[in-house]
Design a protein around this ligand. Sequence first.
Ligand SMILES: Cc1cc2nc3c(=O)[nH]c(=O)nc-3n(C[C@H](O)[C@H](O)[C@H](O)COP(=O)(O)OP(=O)(O)OC[C@H]3O[C@@H](n4cnc5c(N)ncnc54)[C@H](O)[C@@H]3O)c2cc1C
Length: 380
Amino acid sequence: MSVTESTDVLIIGGGCAGLSLGVALQQLDNPPKTLIIEPRDRYENDRTWSFWAPQQHGLSHLVSKRWSSSLYGKSGHSNERLNHPTTPYQTIEALAFYKWATACVEASEAVDLALDEAMLSIENVQDQWVIETSKRRLVASSVVDTRPPSAKQTATATLYQCFIGDYITTPDVLDDSALELMSDMSNDQHGFLFSYLLPLSPHHALVEVTRFATSALDWSVLQADMTALKARRGWSQATIHRSERSRLPMGMAPSLSTDPTFVFAGTPGGALRAASGYGFWRIQRWAQSCAKALVSKGHPIPHPTEPLLQKWMDQLFLLVLTHEPQRAATLFHALYTEVKPDRLIRFLSDESDLLDKLAVIAALPPAPFLRTLKKLWFGK
Ligand SMILES: Cc1cc2nc3c(=O)[nH]c(=O)nc-3n(C[C@H](O)[C@H](O)[C@H](O)COP(=O)(O)OP(=O)(O)OC[C@H]3O[C@@H](n4cnc5c(N)ncnc54)[C@H](O)[C@@H]3O)c2cc1C
């Protein structure tokens, strides 16, 4: 029979949220004894995290590229430009993050990472968490569960952000001074779609097609979009180095725990912003606060509850996109054109004040929102 091992804190899942918390803990004095368990036996460059942030921040050394301008535009129209020099859009390759985070954890005496180990079951026995993993039996005082959401939880999403992206090399010379945040915006029978392009160097880009859909779309739909996008740009023969894809739940109800010694974090815990699907920077903020709570209070904390007005605005926006997907391109275009870039970026990055929120509301045409509210309140 295997020996039961004990730890103060067990982090289930060594992805973005689990590793971020591990790193934040080892940066503090006297962190609790912590174990992160992760089923993967090695990390791969499986995604790219992009976000708006100041030039300098705690993860600046991991940023592979920054852009001070973003392009947006409707299909059939030329792109327009949004300048945001003080808050550049920046990108971190997942593998750079994984390597750095695992090195930080390895250098720490208090935090351990066990790869190739999955959680199988968990139960609370006499105020302790007893966990069966694929390798052993563990006892922990606190648990942070960052495993991906279940299908049941994902089904509570209002919309799915479905996308595929290819890292390509092209003989064309790309203008790498601006990214395409939302170009080719249009709508068809599968819903709203747009292109997203990160020119990483003059010959190297991440090119993505994204759709907001009411169901998790079949990959073949997105693959056809990608083929069409590359044909339009003359990149059908471009070399593909790697690909990424996902169907992110937007507006999904977070999993909540009533026991203060157990929290859900990362995607199931509400890390993804409802209206955008962005979560990386929100996870970094949560990891800092959760690590401090573990040291000062002795228990973890979940992601903060969404500010009421922001939650309401995001949810209504998603419902409008659901009921009137044909208006999506016009709504996003209005946001980018009418709201000052700094205000819009603060709104998208969870840093907006009331004036920023009012500017966002004022930029949008009221009719689709009033029609959606009427449907919600009167059922028609
Ligand atoms: C392809 C892609 C691109 C994205 N791009 C962006 C972006 O540009 N900007 C942004 O802000 N957000 C982005 N996101 C959204 C979000 O930031 C990421 O999904 C982020 O990785 C979420 O972190 P997480 O810790 O919740 O999930 P993950 O990083 O997926 O971590 C969950 C971990 O749980 C582990 N696990 C699963 N089962 C078990 C088990 N039984 N026991 C133990 N561990 C288990 C998994 O192996 C995994 O490592 C992107 C998401 C994807 C998928």
